[in-house]
Design a protein around this ligand. Structure first.
Ligand SMILES: [Zn+2]
Length: 367
């Protein structure tokens, strides 16, 4: 199996450019249905909005849940000024540093979209101290080209409408791509492409494209309860901080060095400490298939895996991460080789595990 860079690029472009902040993942979900329905035995949407697809294995019984989250960070419109500017509140981990002077999309409850920009005073009129300060989100405003509150209302924009960064995906260099919402649309591409390509699995694969990860791992929690998986894998982006100003001893991952096999995440490893046998198995699969990989310990942030591992009596859960620079900005950068290799790793892992192996991971009878 070999998936071309063009194929990956096209999938990333379609998914990344879709508007889908937490709780409003509809557009992304609609696109994904077409990508997976011909490859699944069953597809459904659950009550919180997760999209779930099942591919039955050769000898049914054991369930592997593979997740990637559909939502991206964004904002809610909270106020419309008399002058026509919008005020906003964040959805998820929005950084003001990544917002100022950016283009955004405002999507109304009736599905209309408008372009806008996050404005700020120009350098000509501010003191040098102010130029160095990053404003708080409540001080920021969005300019949608309207000159009054009535004009904004007539456009159909209202309180509660959603706002996301606006950026098209492009290639830079020979193997790299840049855009917004790679967290976790790139992870989705990996999960979807792996799901499409799985041929010979002993176990049933439940692909779950989750909602509301950025606001507290919510979709993964309810999906895990409903599916009751025996084992799980979360696919997400992780910090690639191999950039000037960060010494190599502080790098979490580096671009182009392969997908990352997570060992632990969260402050003081409070997010997840991945089941050792899953880490070992992923390393073994990568070694057999000649896939480059990096081991990842992320000091802050976590993934859907942290909540899935605590489902019912516990679920051995691993994480495969795609190294990504400048996370939660409109200029995230990922490497096409890392993405292609992550797809191979997930497919290889899925096809190499058996019900017996999973059973052993899930507990040991002493007497
Ligand atoms: Zn994520």
């Amino acid at each position: 199996m070999s998936i071309s860079h063009d194929e990956i690029f096209n999938y990333v472009k379609i998914l990344s450019e879709a508007v889908g902040p937490s709780g409003r993942e509809y557009d992304v979900r609609r696109i994904v249905i077409d990508m997976i329905k011909d490859f699944a035995d069953k597809v459904w949407i659950d009550s919180i909005g997760n999209l779930i697809a099942v591919k039955k294995g050769n000898s049914s019984g054991s369930k592997l849940m593979v997740t990637a989250h559909m939502d991206e960070i964004g904002m809610f419109v909270t106020h419309i000024e008399d002058s026509g500017f919008l005020r906003v509140q964040p959805i998820g981990g929005v950084s003001e540093r990544a917002l100022v002077f950016q283009r955004v999309v405002v999507k109304t409850k009736n599905g209309k979209t408008y372009r806008g920009v996050v404005g700020l005073k120009p350098p000509h009129t501010i003191k040098p101290e102010e130029a160095r300060q990053i404003p708080e989100i409540r001080e920021l405003f969005i300019d949608v080209g309207a000159s009054s509150r009535d004009e904004v209302k007539n456009m159909g924009i209202d309180i509660g409408d959603i706002v996301t960064l606006d950026r098209d995906v492009i290639k830079i260099g020979s193997n790299r791509i840049t855009g917004k919402a790679f967290d976790d649309r790139v992870g989705m591409v990996v999960a979807i492409k792996a799901f499409q390509s799985i041929e010979n699995s002993n176990i049933d694969v439940y692909l779950v494209l989750t909602v509301q990860e950025e606001v507290g791992l919510k979709g993964a929690r309810t999906a895990a309860f409903a599916i009751d998986p025996h084992i799980a894998l979360a696919i997400d982006t992780t910090v690639a901080n191999d950039i000037p100003g960060v010494p190599p001893n502080e790098w979490c991952t580096a671009l182009g060095k392969g997908p990352a096999i997570k060992v632990a995440d969260g402050r003081s490893a409070s997010g997840i400490i991945v089941h050792k046998e899953i880490v070992d198995k992923l390393i073994e699969v990568a070694s057999i298939l000649n896939i480059p990989y990096q081991l990842e310990i992320l000091a802050g942030g976590t993934t859907d895996a942290s909540i899935i591992q605590l489902n019912r009596e516990g679920v051995p859960t691993g994480v495969v991460s795609i190294p990504t620079r400048y996370l939660h900005s409109s200029v995230e950068v990922a490497d096409l080789n890392d993405i292609a290799n992550a797809i191979k790793l997930i497919k290889g892992f899925t096809e190499s595990i058996s019900s017996d192996w999973i059973k052993r991971l899930r507990g040991l009878e002493i007497k």
